[in-house]
Design a protein. Structure first.
Length: 148
């Protein structure tokens, strides 16, 4: 697998997003997950987890035996930018840098030339050609409707 962004296929781009999100969960949420796991392993009533969203702020706290052992806050907009921003920038760079197969050439005036876009092709099959002298009989009766 080449690491040049220019030669990536869509599947490689999606895989890079998955690797990024997995790393983001590991680095960003790893300590919070570890603290919460430790609090859930304590005897009944000795540990609790609080999570809330208020005024655009995410808050998370782990309490063990009445003492806050882990606490963190994060603005919702910052979290959205961390989740969406880098994959969106990578996708934009990929679109701008990827190889294009059939890009129409521009002439001297800057106008796209589509002269070679389609070959001459072949005509329709003989049985498909409609003769103007042929008449098709149409049904002249009224169509029945469900509600007369």
């Amino acid at each position: 697998m080449q690491l040049s962004l220019r030669s990536w296929k869509p599947g490689q781009l999606l895989a890079s997003w998955g690797v990024y999100w997995a790393g983001l969960i590991g680095v960003g949420l790893g300590p919070a997950i570890a603290a919460g796991f430790g609090a859930t392993r304590l005897p009944e009533g000795h540990g609790s987890i609080e999570a809330s969203v208020s005024n655009g702020t995410l808050s998370y706290a782990v309490i063990e035996d009445g003492v806050k052992t882990f606490t963190t806050t994060l603005q919702l907009s910052t979290a959205v930018l961390w989740v969406v921003g880098p994959p969106l920038l990578l996708w934009t760079a990929w679109l701008l840098l990827r190889r294009r197969r059939d890009v129409p050439q521009r002439d001297a005036g800057g106008v796209r030339s589509h002269a070679d876009a389609l070959g001459p092709g072949t005509g329709p099959a003989e049985e498909w050609v409609v003769n103007r002298g042929d008449r098709v009989q149409a049904d002249r009766k009224r169509s029945p409707t469900p509600n007369p």
